[in-house]
Ligand binder design. Structure first.
Ligand code: P6P
Length: 363
């Protein structure tokens, strides 16, 4: 039976959507970014698109392993080792870390990789004369969720090498978040979602396993000004500053707030990006600088949230302005809807003010 015009239009639209793959979209975006603010020099536009495509391949390889891990020998559980963070290393952490390294070998794109799982940056010498890019990444964020089949993610940030790094210390990476060319994450959940920005909006893609392609799901994602969710590990309540406790008491006592916390930053962030609200990982007595790492966790997410119209801070400072002193530096994190982040900051500023004014004189 002949298709109606409406049916053929719908099929054409569906086909066009299925053809909006990650690599095609990134190329369109980086061309737009060049024309808007010239943040990417035209010869590098193709590079960023190719790098993003390789990151998509890494995501597919990790998603495939995660989907079968429960049936495979030696895929789950601990390695018995401890990483540079002092955290127990899971077999999936090691696998995912190696995936990112492998997809960039012979790519001619990425010269250095800096990872949560490696004390020092990993160099791919054959790429260095050609590709001046550094990939900073957390290969599996939230790995405590892996063995119980809950969502985990990978977080990435792309920077351009500055200078010749002759001492192999990659000290040129110790710059603020504005030096990021691109950032994003891969969320391994009921579906595998790839979210990225090259400085021209935030865009999400869903992996279509039947095509083996990430297909555009949502363009120019904008976070709501305010949302009901606050996402924090309240088990740390007694380790927080009074200002954070004051904020938590406020949301406990006021209508319209609900707690959601998965133990995996990428999933908690993704919920807030789409529905609004705030994620917090404040400093604690044991970790005054917080737990999350700046260069490959909080700075990439700050890049994204700014592109989505939200806000990210340490509680006291715009997170994109933090200059790290070391590769694995940690920062406190308050990130999400502008109104909700500013509410948290207001409790911190109020406490700072009262502390600076000293004890109230007896009247
Ligand atoms: P806690 C996972 O280990 C992680 O780095 C983030 O993904 C997550 O948000 C946080 O740590 C959870 O830490 O101390 O609440 O278990």
């Amino acid at each position: 039976m002949a298709q109606t015009d409406e049916q053929s239009l719908m099929h054409e639209q569906l086909l066009d959507r299925d053809c909006t793959t990650l690599s095609r979209h990134v190329l369109q975006q980086v061309v737009k970014t060049i024309s808007s603010n010239g943040s990417l020099l035209s010869p590098e536009a193709q590079d960023i698109s190719a790098i993003m495509n390789r990151l998509g391949l890494a995501g597919k390889l990790i998603a495939r392993r995660l989907s079968r891990a429960g049936l495979m020998e030696n895929a789950l559980g601990m390695t018995g080792g401890v990483n540079v963070q002092g955290e127990s290393v899971k077999k999936m952490d090691v696998f995912a870390n190696e995936v990112f390294i492998s997809v960039f070998k012979q790519s001619g794109l990425v010269c250095r990789l800096a990872s949560e799982e490696m004390d020092k940056p990993y160099y791919i010498p054959e790429n260095c004369p050609i590709g001046r890019y550094t990939l900073l990444y957390d290969p599996i964020d939230g790995s405590s969720n892996v063995d119980i089949n809950l969502n985990v993610g990978s977080i990435f940030s792309i920077r351009q090498q500055q200078g010749d790094d002759l001492d192999g210390e990659a000290n040129d990476l110790l710059q603020d978040g504005s030096k990021q060319l691109a950032a994003g994450y891969i969320l391994y959940g009921p579906s595998t979602v790839f979210v990225y920005s090259v400085g021209n909006g935030v865009h999400s893609f869903v992996l279509d396993p039947s095509l083996g392609e990430f297909i555009l799901a949502e363009e120019n994602i904008t976070i709501p000004e305010h949302g009901p969710v606050y996402s924090v590990n309240e088990g740390n309540f007694w380790q927080w500053d009074d200002s954070i406790r004051d904020y938590i008491r406020y949301v406990h006592r006021h209508e319209g707030y609900t707690a959601r916390y998965s133990g995996a930053l990428v999933g908690d962030f993704h919920r807030i990006l789409l529905q609004g609200g705030v994620f917090l990982y404040p400093g604690t007595v044991k970790k005054p600088e917080g737990k999350l790492r700046l260069l490959y966790e909080t700075a990439p997410l700050a890049f994204l949230i700014n592109q989505a119209g939200g806000r990210a801070s340490t509680g006291n400072q715009d997170l994109m302005k933090v200059v790290p002193e070391k590769l694995h530096q940690r920062t406190p994190l308050v990130i999400g809807s502008t109104e909700d982040v500013q509410l948290v900051e207001s409790f911190i500023q109020d406490r700072n003010r009262r502390t600076s004014e000293g004890p109230v004189a007896a009247r």
